[in-house]
Every structure is written in C-alpha cells, then in structure tokens.
Design a protein. Structure first.
Length: 446
C-alpha cells in the first residue's frame, strides 16, 4: 500500500484566498490511518487535484454530498483508470449506495469510523480485490474516543492558513423527524455526546479560537440534556475563544439560564431552523416548530435579549405554500430581529420521506444532481408551476439579500456587542448574510 488519499470535491471554491470550512470528516478519517501509512487530504476547494500522481497502491476515499456527486464521479473514474482503489463515502453514498457503486470499488454506508479501519486493512492485505462492495455502519455508536483528530493531521491541514471557519463536532443525531431532513438518515435519531474533556482537548490541540458546530441540532440539548450542556459551557468558559456558532431550534428560548451560560462560554450565534411561517406546513416540521410567525418572532426576541445572535433558516416550496406565503415571508423577514437570514428551496434529497412522497405522486423532476443545492426547483410543486415557484423564490431572495437589508441586519448584529468588541465582530456580522447572498447568486448563475 503506497498511501491513502482522502478527497473533498469542489463546492464553493475559495473566498479571498481561503475555503469557507475545513474538511472536518476527512480530518477525522485521516487520523484513523495507521502512522506507518502516508495519508494526504486533497480539498478541491483549496487547490486543483493532482490526479495524475495516483497509481496502483493508492487507496482513494472520496466524500460527497448529493450536490457534489457529479464531481465526485469524475474524480472516482479518473482514479480508477490510474489503478487506485476507490471508495465513496458521505451523505450521498449513504443515502443512495446503489448510485455510488456504479463508479467506485467500495461504498461506505453510514458512519465510517469503524468500517474505514476495516477497509484499510482489507486493501493493505489484498489490494482492490480485497475491497468489499459495501461497508455499512448504521449502529450510531457512542462518540467517546471516536476518531480524535491526530497531531499529524492538524499539521498537515494547516486550518488557519487555508480555511475561514474550522468545524467541530460536540453532539450528533436528532430525535426530531422532519420529512425533508437528510441529517437524521445519516446520523441517526439518538442524540449522542462527545465527552467534554475530549472536546476541550481537541480545541486546544487545533488551537482554534472560532468554530462552527457540525451538530445536527445542538440547541435541542438545552431541553433534553441540560446537565451535559451546562457542563460543556462551564468548560468552554475557561477557554480563550473569540466565538462559536451552532445549529439549533427555537425551544432554547425556554432556557434563559443556559443561554446566559452559553454567552459566557463564547457561543455567539444560533442558526435556528424555523423552516416555515405557514402553519399549513406543520406536519413536515418534525415537531420543532409550528409554522407560526408570532411564535418565531417572540423566540428570536427572547434569545437575543439574553445576548446571543439568531440566524433564521427558512425553507420555501412546501405543499402548503402559495404565492401569499412568499409575500408573508418577506413581510416577516423585513420586520424581524434576525442577525442574518437563510432562505432555501425545499429539496427532495435521496432517502427522505419527502422524496418518496414525490416519487409516489409522480412529481419528481428530472434534474441533474448539481441542482440539489437547495436553490433550484427539482420537483413539481403543489400550488405553482416549477417556473412560478422559481420566480417567487427569486423575488423573495432579491429582496431579502438586497444591500439595504444586509446592512440593516448587520448593523443590528453589531449592536449586540460592546464598542470595544464591535470592530472584531464586524466581519462576522455581515459575512453570514453576504455568504447566503453570494451562494444564492452563484447557484442561479449555474
Ligand atoms: S430538527 Fe433539524 S436535524 Fe432534526 S430532523 Fe428536523 S431538520 Fe433534521
């Protein structure tokens, strides 16, 4: 075995010379490669891939989401032509293994932390012939001591020079059941927790001062695991952090004591999935929201009053949505107190009940996978034609991401900080909205 090469296909590329987020899963998988085997991480967001250097004896692991699977396929085919053993993993491979199998020797279904080591062993023993077609791990094992990032990988990736935002995992899973969600099909519905001391150790060894949590729904832990959450905040309070952000839900508004602790622990913003302000969509929202605008506004006000920022995440195109929903959404956003807002298009990802419903009803459009970017219409909507839904979405995004709105939300966000910190927080206060605007504009140019 010559070496292991882990590849992240291109998605966003670089912004001002750095890629948006570090290749966190690949960093953890690379850390499981035995020390005597050379390992490399190739991130196509950072640099062109030297595929011509691949040859017999290389084991190539490619991670992919549905939106990047076409790029992953091209990379996989070239690597196979050059004689490398190729394995596909990640969200798309887990949700649609039969598709990934058409252009790889092996597919990793579920969490690779245990099966990856088995695959390396199989390849080391017998080369491509030793690779099994499927390596499956859907056991949702506890997270203690699972794939801690090694010092060899920390040095190799050099996050501070190549990435704007380091990612970090503290918990995984979500017991909710939103009809469109891929996260729970990949991470399971049991909330799992990393031991607090392991989290602290990783932050210290990576020397990161800011991070974005990859956790599917960290905020739910305020309700279901308050003791763990408090213990975590106590530990993070003692670290010299500039700020961190997480994905969350509005139930945190019921826990002002924990919000207060979180501020001391440097938690800066919650990305909250409100999803919809149309109560007709309630059955799709997995019990975390009721689609009521007043309730959402009240939660945002309470959370912000306790000193934490809120990024509102919304999805358009549910079966209950009509042209009036788009007008209502615009009225809601422009009168809201969000720090930033994300508006995405409902997308029928493989493996979800929503996709199955569309298949059963014959409403899935024949769209390329690259349009599964949450900004394209990929199904026949209920109360619109696809063109009408596309136009309504464009109409809303042009307003929400207009310069005046971004400025208004950015200024509100900055006003949360004391003057002494405002300068340092200026970039973060505007960049989230700017990133959503850029992503929306970029995707629609494709
Ligand atoms: S709350 Fe979030 S992570 Fe949980 S099922 Fe719904 S969309 Fe998925």
């Amino acid at each position: 075995m010559r070496r292991v090469v882990l590849i992240q296909p291109r998605r966003d590329g670089r912004i001002f010379g750095k890629a948006p987020g570090s290749p966190y899963t690949l960093m953890r998988l690379a850390s499981l490669v035995p020390n005597e085997i050379p390992v490399e991480i190739w991130d196509e967001n950072v640099r062109d891939l030297p595929l011509d250097t691949l040859k017999d004896g290389d084991l190539v692991g490619i991670t992919s989401m549905t939106v990047t699977i076409e790029g992953a396929e091209q990379i996989a085919r070239q690597a196979m032509q050059r004689g490398a053993g190729v394995v596909l993993g990640g969200v798309h491979a887990t949700l649609m293994p039969e598709h990934s199998q058409t252009f790889a020797h092996s597919v990793m279904v579920g969490e690779g932390y245990f099966t990856w080591q088995k695959l390396i062993q199989d390849y080391a023993n017998a080369g491509i012939k030793g690779m099994q077609p499927i390596y499956e791990d859907l056991t949702w094992s506890d997270l203690g001591s699972v794939a801690s990032i090694s010092d060899r990988v920390i040095q190799m990736v050099d996050e501070s020079n190549h990435y704007w935002t380091p990612y970090l995992e503290i918990t995984r899973g979500c017991p909710r059941n939103c009809s469109f969600c891929t996260a729970i099909r990949v991470s399971g519905q049991r909330m799992r927790f990393r031991p607090v001391e392991e989290v602290v150790d990783e932050i210290k060894r990576r020397k990161i001062k800011r991070f974005f949590l990859t956790d599917d729904n960290f905020g739910l832990n305020f309700t279901i695991a308050p003791d763990y959450t408090a213990e975590l905040f106590e530990a993070l309070m003692k670290l010299d952090l500039q700020g961190w952000t997480c994905q969350s839900e509005m139930s945190i508004a019921k826990h002002p004591d924990l919000i207060e602790m979180s501020v001391a622990a440097h938690l800066d913003k919650h990305f909250i999935g409100f999803e919809s302000i149309n109560p007709d969509n309630r059955s799709s929202l997995g019990g975390k929201a009721k689609g009521v605008a007043e309730q959402a506004s009240e939660a945002v006000r309470t959370i912000r009053q306790n000193g934490v920022g809120v990024v509102g995440l919304f999805v358009m195109g549910f079966d209950g949505d009509t042209p009036a929903t788009f007008q209502a959404m615009w009225d809601f956003v422009r009168g809201s107190e969000f720090d930033s807002v994300s508006i995405t298009m409902l997308t029928p990802f493989p493996g979800t009940p929503f996709r199955q419903q569309l298949v059963d009803e014959g409403r899935l459009l024949d769209s390329p996978w690259r349009h599964y970017d949450t900004a394209h219409v990929t199904f026949q909507p209920k109360n619109f034609t696809p063109d009408e839904l596309r136009s309504a979405y464009d109409w809303l995004c042009r307003r929400v991401y207009g310069p005046g709105q971004i400025m208004r939300r950015g200024m509100r966000s900055i006003s949360r900080y004391p003057l002494s910190k405002a300068g340092k927080k200026a970039f973060g206060s505007f960049s989230t909205d700017y990133g959503y605007r850029r992503t929306y504009a970029y995707r629609h140019a494709v």
